[in-house]
Design a protein. Structure first.
Length: 285
């Protein structure tokens, strides 16, 4: 290895990934977390918080397309969307592609993430922060969902892992608050880690969400920089049918939306709810 600086991810203490830092663009402690943005020859620009990769230019499309389009196409009539976290702006970018969405609120705890991702990761938001439907609240997501009078059709918890400020977004308090601010037929989804390495987190979320929602499960996609296998996205709704939309319905909605994706398509949507037996067995215990 040349004399390049190496950045090691610290999510797991005994198994991990590294990136060469080809250029550091920003590195500082915000009021909430350690924020670094750097260039890497293979993955493009990388943003990490508290030593954990949040997003890279090269593979972010997989994660953001799957977390935005699966709940919105499953719902079919989503007008009001709530993003918890999402400060890099790419989730907002994908949601803004739905012309029938009328209102988007983002509740992000760390204003610096938005400021420096706007500056150094402009392709992530791609102008979405200027969309007239967008409203920003700088707040802890758990406080917002437990205090707001607003109601939403889809809630997307685009959060960090349950360390530091992200910890509160994996609690019963948060899940109950989300259940209370969803409209009828509302859908909650959340990034819930790579189940092969973070299985306890999936079990924990499933148990807690099941207290407040009638239909709780996961869907999955493999995102290279969330290494260790497939990432599991938590799914929760009071409507048990929404997770089982027919392929014909999904194809019609996708065609009507006129959105071209690089990962998401109706067949992927249908298949992403199929889960490995080891996870099903762990959830059944
Ligand atoms: N794609 C990433 C992932 O899957 O790990 C998440 C990306 S996004 C940058 C995560 C965002 O969650 C960060 O901007 C962070 O500041 C925000 N966040 C963490 N804890 C939060 C909380 N309690 N309330 C609101 N936002 C929070």
């Amino acid at each position: 290895m040349s004399d390049k600086k190496i950045w090691f991810e610290t999510l797991h203490s005994s198994f991990g990934q590294f990136f060469s830092i080809d250029k550091t663009l920003y590195h500082n402690k915000t009021d909430h977390q350690d924020l670094i943005i750097f260039d890497n020859n293979t993955m493009g620009r990388v943003m990490a918080l508290d030593g954990v990769v949040q997003t890279t230019e090269r593979d972010e499309f997989i994660y953001h397309e799957m977390m935005a389009h699966v709940p919105i196409f499953a719902h079919g009539k989503a007008k009001r969307i709530l993003i918890i976290g999402g400060g890099d702006g790419a989730m907002l970018r994908e949601i803004c592609r739905h012309k029938d969405v009328e209102h988007i609120t983002m509740v992000e705890i760390d204003a610096d993430v938005i400021t420096f991702c706007r500056q150094y990761l402009p392709n992530h938001n791609a102008g979405a922060f200027d969309d007239p439907r967008f409203n920003l609240v700088i707040e802890d997501g758990v406080n917002f969902v437990n205090q707001t009078e607003m109601k939403f059709d889809v809630i997307i918890s685009d959060c960090t892992d349950p360390i530091g400020p992200g910890e509160s977004l994996f609690t019963s308090d948060f899940y109950q608050g989300c259940a209370n601010c969803l409209n009828e037929n509302g859908i909650f989804v959340a990034q819930n880690g790579v189940c092969f390495l973070q299985q306890d987190e999936a079990i924990n979320s499933h148990q807690k969400l099941s207290t407040y929602f009638d239909d709780v499960s996961f869907y999955q996609a493999a995102i290279p920089t969330y290494y260790g296998g497939m990432m599991t996205f938590a799914w929760a709704s009071q409507n048990t049918q929404l997770r089982h939309q027919d392929l014909s319905v999904l194809k019609t909605r996708f065609a009507e939306a006129g959105i071209r994706c690089r990962y998401y398509n109706p067949a992927i949507h249908l298949g992403c709810f199929a889960l490995p037996q080891y996870l099903l067995d762990a959830l059944a215990q």
